[in-house]
Write a protein that binds this ligand. Sequence first.
Ligand code: FES
Length: 495
Amino acid sequence: MIKIKIITPGNIGIIESDAGHALLDILRKNGYEIYAPCGGKGTCGKCLVTVKGEGEIISCQYYPDKNIEVILPGEDEANILVHQTEYLEDIPCEKGADYISQNPYGVAIDIGTTTVVLYFLNLLTGQIEKISSFMNPQKTYGADVITRINYCQEHKNGLTELKKLIVDAINKELEIFKQKQELNPANFEKIVITGNTTMLHVFLGEDPLSIALAPFKPKFIEKQVKKGHSTGLNINTDAEVVTLPCISAFVGADIVAGLAALKVPQKNYLFLDIGTNGEIALITGDKIITCATAAGPAFEGANLSCGMGALYGAISGFTSQKDYQVIGNSEPGGICGSGIIDIVAYLIMNDLIDETGLLKETFVIHHENNIQVTQQDIREIQLAKSAIYSGIKILMNRAGLSYHSIDALYLAGGFGNYININSAIQIGLLPFELGDKIYPVGNSAVIGALQYLKSDEFGEKIDKILHKSQYIELSDVNEFTMEFALNMDFRKSAF
Ligand code: FES
């Protein structure tokens, strides 16, 4: 018998089970509802739960054999996961392709500046057998891409060091999977990688310096195809390693893959990925206009006095009754992006900060653990939210559109899953006018890479997107500075 501790928002329970059953079945048997659109076949990758110490796992493919702690998504998150299926492609795996080994696997990888996500796909059955994620180990060399580019420039072996860090970290994940499934490196036959332009340069060992200097021309933006070991990955020597194409220095393959992964009937829509850079696309009929705006790492908690990533122990939500939620229902250790957005919205609504962002006094959330929000934190949030909002505004002006004609705003990335949209509107990060048309779509970048792994036709969708895309460099746009200054203030809106 094994014991499974189940943590849900506001509740902790313990269940017992025999070993050898799929976690999804155990949870269902005990009355926990898990969203499982493919019915436990392992093909949709949606039945995700978090196992403490292991991260997010596909519950229908996970067979616990020891005591574990499981964090289930909250009701809101579960609802978001349900909706994501509507918005993102899930195409069948093409059969009959010529594989080298008898048991071929593909891996879709999103190399984010902060987090790296891998989907392991059995190329014969079309089953996603594992999803894993880890913090990008380059993080200790800088929270954003510019700091990492500087590191490459200022240190003789900087680029080699950073490349080695990411390649070794991916190899470690490949190794864990390989051992568990009793495979050998030759079984990894196809790797599809997405990420921002800098991350792809560093992964391939290409000098990223020109990304950071005007006129911001990367060494490459096109799709790159490499063979097996040449990338340093421990895979089949004849495997194909593809890095997906980018649009510009700051609108990367993550946006391209994400846009391609969207299946939307709308005519005019915005697509927004908020990380250390806000990457924004406005799609209008046959045109796609894109821009990128430096939001800084505030929404990832990096430069806030009590900031932390969206990890166990982070305050991830704050209500009008001054209650807070902590990831994993544990003692709070800091505040993550979604938490700070809620807290700032609360401060605005309760007149604890004025329109200019002046904080009456440091706002203490947890005395014993010394968790508080300072004036400097508010300034960081003002800079970040104005950068994003102003970028959206510039694209709207360029297209000559008002928010009235926009059918939807899709929020990509993990961040979009957790933020309270009303709070994001309240602080002026997202447009008030689009209040009921904002939809989180999850990690659309890795889902795009996964579809590319499954079918060659998906590549054509990507080509069409590239063909229609135009990039606007905001530092060349005079009105951006004015918009940026104008949008720093907070305005109270009523919900
Ligand atoms: S239910 Fe579809 S992958 Fe688990």
